[in-house]
Design a protein. Structure first.
Length: 370
């Protein structure tokens, strides 16, 4: 096994190419959590037929794009802010709100803590407990809230645990946060994969609560990370005004503006994605559990978190075995509260999933030679 200190992100294929000598183009990334269907044909053809849009500036207000998102999400266009990926919007929101003390539900995406730190604030974690299957104890969370906290950050469904809470639970949390004047930022990057979006998404709550902002993007569900198109939804008009005032103009390019109008209306692609993920989520989860050497946490998104229960194997060894078969998994030891026994995979095509399960099963079943 190659000894190295790197723990790779789903976009780090070039690093893997350098270390392992495997062409990046030949690696199947089970780490990136991107829709295995790839770009929809409607989007592919639409962009190809309208490349000349780059000869002009996009609409500074992104009126048609926000209307397309509005129709897709069921919210008012005026409550939508678009950005260069959800990462830009996270950064802008933190810069504007400048929270002194933030509570983050974790383990989760590291960018939240990083942005809070860059803004001069302090980030604390409310841990999701392994013994609870990493399902949020919302009553325990509420008990930890107080006047010293300015911001609560949640990812729903959460990365990397793939657990989620429903809208009614989120409403209860928002009510509690209101009492302490706490703003809530919810990242819904993976909500469209759940198959139960109507019960999970908090977008309808933005009509009644002014202490919440929802973040979404097109990188994962629409398989377009290079497009860098993200959006936020909030009913707080003052916050919208501040973000739009602070945000640079034209951060969304003309192709991304056009793409939004195409992808959000591609109902065939959307339904096909949901069917595929729903089927593979159950099938792959069952197959992983059947190895008898993994604890598999019940997933709600397009990926699943596992803990290795063979004490002779860790996530580094498993990563190495998989990457040599040109399949990349995510070692989760860099997430808070997780260690080198945890790994995460996303659901790809049935054939690719079967190939990965085979490698995982073989690796867990044998004593490593290195």
């Amino acid at each position: 096994m190659i000894q190295h200190m790197d723990h790779f992100h789903g976009s780090d294929l070039e690093k893997i190419e350098k270390i392992y000598g495997i062409p990046a183009s030949g690696i199947v990334s089970f780490s990136a959590n991107v829709n295995p269907l790839g770009l929809s044909e409607k989007l592919r053809h639409g962009l190809a037929e309208h490349l000349d849009v780059i000869t002009g500036y996009p609409d500074r207000e992104y009126t048609s794009l926000r209307r397309a998102i509005s129709d897709y999400c069921g919210c008012e266009p005026d409550n939508i802010i678009v950005g260069n990926g959800s990462t830009e919007l996270i950064s802008l929101f933190i810069q504007i709100s400048r929270p002194k003390k933030t509570l983050i539900v974790g383990p989760t995406y590291s960018e939240y803590e990083r942005e809070v730190s860059l803004g001069g604030g302090t980030a604390l974690y409310f841990p999701l407990k392994e013994e609870d299957g990493f399902i949020l104890d919302h009553k325990g969370l509420i008990a930890q809230l107080n006047e010293s906290i300015d911001l609560l950050i949640m990812c729903n469904p959460n990365n990397p645990t793939s657990t989620c809470i429903n809208r009614n639970t989120m409403r209860t949390i928002l009510d509690a946060c209101k009492q302490y004047d706490i703003f809530v930022m919810v990242d819904e990057t993976y909500v469209e994969f759940t198959g139960g979006e109507d019960a999970v998404s908090s977008i309808p709550l933005t009509r009644y609560y002014n202490n919440i902002i929802l973040l979404r993007g097109t990188s994962k569900f629409f398989a377009a990370p290079g497009l860098r198109l993200g959006y936020a939804v909030t009913g707080n008009s003052e916050l919208i005004k501040k973000i739009n005032t602070r945000k640079d103009p034209w951060t969304i390019n003309s192709l991304a503006e056009l793409a939004g109008g195409l992808m959000f209306t591609d109902t065939g692609y959307i339904e096909e994605t949901r069917r595929l993920i729903s089927t593979e989520r159950r099938r792959v989860t069952d197959a992983l559990r059947s190895t008898g050497m993994l604890k598999v946490y019940e997933p709600s998104a397009n990926f699943v978190l596992c803990r290795i229960e063979n004490d002779k194997i860790n996530a580094d060894i498993l990563f190495d075995a998989c990457i040599r078969e040109k399949m990349m998994i995510r070692n989760c030891c860099t997430f808070p509260f997780l260690d080198n026994r945890y790994f995460r995979i996303c659901f790809m095509s049935p054939e690719m999933n079967d190939a990965l399960i085979s490698v995982i099963s073989r690796t867990l079943s044998q004593k490593p030679s290195c």
